[in-house]
Ligand binder design. Structure first.
Ligand code: NDP
Ligand code: MG
Length: 387
């Protein structure tokens, strides 16, 4: 039986690579749903090639033109945010790959879990915003959350056969991004174009900037807490510029396991879709002859303060990580629009976090409100930056 996959965010970096994986394994996977936010043109191309049951376009203005192009093929078209929450519940879907960017992943993921769909989770922001709620729901509905993020996939792979053995700690590796080793004076001058040049990974614009600010690693620390049920002191970050060791687990006897490979997101995507089976692939193989050394260094969380803010948010708990994520979605975009300088991203995120009213055990309404208020606050500060 082929697994029927819904890809939320099929037009993005993860989405298109997931389609490559599916295309290479036509006996194993079938596309059931494709969704995009505004790139209707690519969504239609993908739908004509993969023949899903339906597509969803976020931008409702494109509904007419897309449905005209797909109707004769028997592919249904839906539009808008609510449609996304409904399609994930379709009986025919086995696995929902959440590959959209940012907070937009939260509500569709909740609906998919409630409909008992396996979640292949790329959209880390969902766990950052509401990790406690998502974990609770996943337990309640007995739904596996299979990590797609390369570091978390690495840890997940290291834990196969070890689920009864407690974890002492995990070590998340970070490439360090394009500004590794920069000092404050250098960081004051970096541009959007500099930040968009990631040394090892080709990714969407938001996560590429998050990698440059180390916010991405901060988000991953929070993601790891919820995926692997860890305390903050059990999570370490180490900079490993070659991105070959994707992360490590240390057990109670001191033994460490790592997962390695060339940086290629198709591997963790395929592992999550194929789990528990490994699927043969022709992905390029690692060759020791090309890597005379693998190096490691400490992350500078004073200068790249987003990493420290993420640990702080984990310690505080409640709705604080939700506020940090919301602030970061605004500051990340403001930097991409060249409205604020690079170092302002962390500074504004910190101000918003500190201004957030603490809610100890948030419900979904509290997350929605915290997200709204934190965005407004961040926008206000961004506007003053311009003045
Ligand atoms: P992209 O920006 O490349 O793609 C995002 C996708 O989400 C697109 O299909 C986009 O549609 C859609 N989208 C954008 N905004 C919304 C919205 N408001 N509602 C619904 N859909 C939306 O991002 P990436 O593929 O790089 O990243 C996706 C997720 O995966 C992120 O959470 C990221 O952190 C995570 N991730 C990504 C990695 C990577 O290598 N890229 C690695 C590890 C994790 P449209 O094209 O129409 O705008
Ligand atoms: Mg990652």
């Amino acid at each position: 039986m082929k697994k029927k996959i819904a890809i939320l965010g099929s037009t993005g970096s993860i989405g298109t690579q997931a389609l490559d994986v599916i295309k290479s394994n036509p006996d194993l996977f079938e596309v059931e749903v494709l969704t995009a936010h505004s790139n209707g043109k690519l969504l239609v191309e993908q739908a004509l090639e993969f023949k899903p049951n339906c597509v969803v376009i976020g931008d409702e203005k494109q509904y007419d033109s897309i449905s005209k192009e797909l109707w004769a093929e028997g592919i249904k078209t839906y539009a808008g945010k609510e449609a996304l929450k409904e399609v994930v519940q379709m009986d025919s879907i086995d696995t929902v790959l959440t590959a959209m960017v940012g907070y937009s992943g939260l509500e569709p993921t909740i609906e998919a879990i409630k409909a008992k769909k396996k979640i292949a989770l790329a959209n880390k922001e969902t766990l950052v915003v509401a990790g406690e709620l998502i974990s609770k729901l996943a337990n309640q509905y007995q739904v596996p959350i299979l990590p797609v993020d390369s570091e978390h996939s690495a840890i997940f792979q290291c834990l196969v056969g070890e689920f009864h053995n407690p974890i002492e700690k995990i070590i998340l590796t970070a490439s360090g991004g394009p500004f590794r080793g920069f000092n404050r004076a250098q960081l004051e001058k970096v541009s959007k174009a500099d930040a968009l040049k990631h040394p090892n990974w080709e990714m969407g614009a938001k996560i590429t900037i998050d990698s440059a600010t180390l916010m991405n690693k901060g988000l991953e620390v929070i993601e790891a807490k919820w995926l692997f049920e860890l305390e903050p002191h059990q999570i370490e970050v180490i900079v490993h510029p070659q991105s070959i060791i994707h992360s490590l687990v240390q057990f109670e006897d001191g033994s460490m396991k790592a997962q390695m490979g060339l940086p290629d997101m198709k591997l963790p995507i395929q592992y999550a879709l194929g789990y528990p089976n490994r699927i043969p692939s022709d992905f390029e193989r690692f060759d020791f002859a090309n890597f005379s050394s693998l190096t490691f260094e400490k992350a500078d969380d004073k200068l790249f303060k987003n990493l420290a803010l993420a640990f702080d948010a984990l310690e505080k708990g409640g709705n604080i990580a939700c506020a940090l994520n919301a602030a970061n979605e605004i500051t990340n975009e403001a930097f991409r629009k060249e409205l604020i300088p690079f170092l302002a991203i962390g500074e504004i995120n910190e101000q918003v976090m500190h201004a957030t009213e603490f809610v100890k055990s948030p419900k979904i309404e509290d997350y929605i409100q915290t997200n709204e208020l934190a965005r407004q606050k961040a926008l206000e500060i961004v506007k003053n930056y311009q003045a």
